[in-house]
Write a protein that binds this ligand. Sequence first.
Ligand code: BEZ
Ligand code: FE
Length: 308
Amino acid sequence: MHSSERKFDLSLTDKVIAATGPNAHPRLAQVMPSLVRHLHDFAREVNLTVDEWTTAIELINECGRMSNDRRNETQLLCDILGLETLVDEITANIVSSASVSGTSTPSAILGPFYRHDAPLLPNGSSIVKDLTPAVPWYEQAVADSAYITGRVLSHNPLFPDMPPTPLRNAIVDVWHTAPNGLYEQQDPSQPDMNLRGRFATDAEGRYAFYALRPVAYPIPDDGPAGKFLALLDRHPHRPGHIHFIVSATGHRTLTTQIFDDRDEYIEKDSVFAVKDDLVVHFEPREQDPQAKWTLNYEFVLEAGMMGL
Ligand code: BEZ
Ligand code: FE
């Protein structure tokens, strides 16, 4: 029998919504009627049974039990459902006019592996620490060695026709995995703060550093989020990407990622974060013993959005 043919007491939904009191938190009072309606409609539409609901509750409980200050399984569950990407997009739409119209660099999700206080390094230095032939992924690191440079620019949405201008002293905070697909805090064999760094732009708005072309890696799939992916017959991989937080005084801070166009997962990111403007193409680099590849990428920040 289809759910629409079943008899449900539809007044239940209205009763739950009406139970909210006059002193409810204003934002909750605004959003809960919609949440309750969607939740009830969903349960009725799919004929959710008690057994299924119990299983879902246990999945969420298991996420909570597994989460700590080093791992956020509930966030991971949201990520594989596209919710972090959606909320990031909604937030960008609310706070920004320029990114919606395509003038400033699009944002992408932060992910769970950011660390504050990465070392502030001089432009032109390397974020690859202690690379020697003894490192298991040495050869791949050499093959993927890359010089990444570009400018940080300011766009003022009040003057949309003015070309973006270079920003001095913007901070480019960068992090990515080693060729084994692990961030340094996941991998005891990597030095502390490996493949992380912060760079301040020069008077021309320029930043530059040595890093590696990023590789695809599976998101942690040994917990309930991974179990859920397997039940959905989905893979856990993210396409190779490099994370950035770019900030400058008087500008909206940009959290984003760039994606290497060589990657086979570019069209099938397990957390749905890829955006066309963030897909980049590395070019071969000649006559540099430190890098086989190069990338030039400009970040455009939106002016006048302080503290956001
Ligand atoms: C990441 O890019 O680091 C990431 C994002 C979402 C879930 C897991 C990892
Ligand atoms: Fe990542």
